[in-house]
Design a binder for this molecule. Structure first.
Ligand SMILES: O=C(O)CCC(=O)C(=O)O
Length: 290
């Protein structure tokens, strides 16, 4: 039998640590040859969309880089990677859905940052059997603007939040917690290419701009939810069943888009992005804690 590290399964000590601290980091995710292939594919996708992206703010760009697992087979490969799924299964149990994905990219000299926030406030998902796997394709380190968390905050759901309008804040609504975060106690979730972190839906997290002169920071955040989870949303939410069975039917189960190219594929992708965004709470009505 493979070791827990290579199979991706978490040890009991790791599982308990995730429960207690609200995060785990670093964990092995991709093999070096996979990381290199996915990074080359990412650069090719960015290059293909260069003109469209150049005219956008970080916040708008974030949307083009959301839900790409529906249209890019190599992103789907990351989302369904056996080692990542085995780690997530250790936390969520045997049946779960990939609900949403976002690329968080900070190129060299880019001012993009992520304000301190709690994901659970906006996602309206309950019970909180939800975990984010953040998979690094390049070094995600303090100098390149790695993710940072405020330890223990996953035990305090739904802190007050405010909206901000700084266009360099990559979050879709510029949300930020209206509570002072003690920066000296923040923990850096430092990752090397091919590694990942897991974080709880309620942990306060954010990240600084990339200060490095030569290294971009590129990573994919994948939100996995147990099939038990229900989302309060105007339309039935969609997601991809990636492990086990769904006996709840809370999500419309979707497959990657197989047909279409060029503008047609872009239109289908935008429709999915809009549908998933529309299930995230309106900025004027932050969700109550569940
Ligand atoms: O990548 C980052 O810096 C922030 C990621 C984040 O906010 C998230 O995965 O929820």
């Amino acid at each position: 039998m493979s070791s827990p590290t290579l199979s991706g399964r978490l040890s009991e000590a790791q599982r308990l640590s995730f429960e207690k601290n609200g995060y785990l980091c670093p964990l092995p995710a991709l093999e070096p040859h996979e990381t290199a292939r996915f990074l080359a594919s990412y650069m090719e996708y960015s290059d293909r969309n260069r003109e469209r992206l150049a005219a956008m703010s970080p916040r708008e760009r974030y949307q083009v880089f959301s839900e790409t697992h529906f249209i890019l087979p190599w992103v789907h490969e990351i989302v369904t990677h056996p080692r990542i799924l085995a780690s997530v299964e250790s936390v969520l149990g045997p049946n779960f859905i990939a609900w949403n994905t976002n690329w968080f990219t900070k190129m060299i000299g880019d001012k993009t940052f992520i304000s301190w926030h709690q994901d659970g406030t906006y996602w309206k998902l309950s019970p909180p059997k939800v975990v984010t796997a953040w998979v690094a394709l390049t070094p995600s380190q303090p100098v390149t603007g790695c993710m940072r968390i405020a330890p223990g905050t996953h035990l305090t759901p739904a802190m007050p939040q405010r909206q901000t309008d700084n266009q360099n804040n990559a979050l879709s609504r510029g949300q930020e917690i209206a509570v002072e975060v003690d920066e000296k106690n923040a923990v850096d979730l430092a990752l090397m290419p091919g590694e990942m972190s897991l974080h709880n839906i309620w942990i306060v997290h954010g990240s600084n701009p990339n200060q490095s002169k030569d290294t971009p920071r590129i990573g994919l955040a994948i939100r996995y939810v147990s099939t038990e989870v229900h989302q309060e949303s105007p339309k039935k939410p969609i997601g991809m069943l990636v492990r086990g069975r769904d006996t709840y039917g809370h999500f419309e189960l979707a497959e990657p888009i197989k047909s279409g190219s060029g503008e047609d594929l872009t239109a289908k992708h935008s429709a999915i992005v809009q549908r998933i965004r529309s299930s995230i709470v309106d900025e004027k009505k932050p969700a109550a804690a569940k």
